[in-house]
Design a protein around this ligand. Structure first.
Ligand code: HEC
Length: 123
């Protein structure tokens, strides 16, 4: 192999390795309300069924369900487990941002969750 051929070969291998490293940390898909929300029309479309349940299931239940690591601190088992802990959940998710650990919620998810709470947590 000529020197410049070898250089191109090595550069391609490095490029491929970097590409596969940078793509391997795939984030969970963003949770969005399933009923299309018309921009600017208010907040009443965000419900437990079309949004909050999936969000908590995906982003919280890995630690906060019976048998998981953080179940003793707060256990998610349906809408009542959220409504009866509104103040706590609001504080750690929307104010201190200490939950979920790793801070993986997108701005859109935080907005929808805040709207759901502000709307008195419709089912
Ligand atoms: C990787 C595991 C993990 C995930 C994911 C996670 N938590 Fe937690 N959570 C913990 C642990 C551990 C604690 C206790 C330590 C602490 O407070 O930092 C905790 C504490 C809490 C508390 C109690 C805080 C208090 O001071 O009263 C609430 C409420 C809570 N989490 C809600 C949530 C919500 C809502 C989500 C999802 C948006 C979530 N957690 C995601 C592990 C997790």
């Amino acid at each position: 192999m000529k020197t410049n051929q070898r250089f191109i070969y090595i550069a391609l291998v490095l490029f491929y390795v970097l590409l596969s490293i940078s793509c391997s940390k795939r984030q969970a898909d963003e949770i969005v309300p399933q009923t299309p929300v018309t921009p600017g029309v208010g907040t009443s479309t965000v419900t437990y069924t079309n949004f909050t349940e999936a969000l908590i299931q995906t982003k919280c239940a890995g630690c906060h369900t019976a048998g998981r690591s953080a179940a003793a601190i707060w256990t998610f088992n349906g809408i009542a487990s959220i409504t009866s802990n509104e103040a706590r959940i609001r504080r750690v998710v929307l104010e201190t941002r200490s939950m979920p650990i790793g801070n993986s919620l997108t701005a859109a998810e935080l907005t929808s969750l805040r709207e759901w709470f502000d709307n008195n947590m419709p089912n």
